[in-house]
Design a protein around this ligand. Sequence first.
Ligand SMILES: [Zn+2]
Length: 270
Amino acid sequence: MYFIDPHIHMVSRVTDDYERLAQMGCVAVSEPAFWAGFDRGSAEAFRDYFRQLTSFEPQRAAQYGIQHYCWLCINAKEAENVSLSREVIALIPEYLKLPNVLGIGEIGLNKNTANEATIFAEHLDLAKRHDELVLVHTPHLKDKYKGTRMILDMLRNEPSIRPERVLIDHVEEHTIAPALDAGHWVGMTLYPTTKCTPQRAADMIERYGSDRICINSAGDWGPSNPCAVPAFVMEMRFRGHPESLCRRIVYENPIAVFSQSRRFGFRAPA
Ligand SMILES: [Zn+2]
């Protein structure tokens, strides 16, 4: 089955992962800008990272027939440094012209601090001024519920960003309903240790349906499985769900949400 991984950090993965993804049916990936595992020392480091996301990764993916898209921002962990964050936000507009950029992300909160909220709001303002889609990271574990509520409140206060142009990522059982009820798209992340498993994701599909829901691996430099989306499809098959439902969740839904970006030039396989 063809699929799209709507959230995966390919800069952290080896080329063999592109090959394995292609062999399993992956035809496109979307890569949000992310924390490198250490705080970067200057805005110039982000300039290099944005070049990697907009130039090198699309070429590496194309060797395996995978279309590569990306999102730009400074992530919530580094948003504690407000002056650096503002320098990075000022860099972003020149990259918004590049053909594989889908919008601003993954922005959001990490520890739900005042500085993080300030920089989240400034990213939303950037998205508003440039009419860009937004991809939102929600915090981990004990900070998730409160952080998701704060994010949804801030989005509600920005009515010029239409809710269907925002994807709220890493939702779990206690945060999926408020995000869907607010009119947003949501992403469930399949991680080996935290976040979701294929079984929990399938349970949530059975409870909430498949409207405005995507599945991703969030494969990165930590423990993660870049081939987690096919594991979800297998779980759905074991439960007797039709292929059409699986295809909708892992292929048609990412196309639907990303098609709202004027730069999403996805070419469906023949
Ligand atoms: Zn991520």
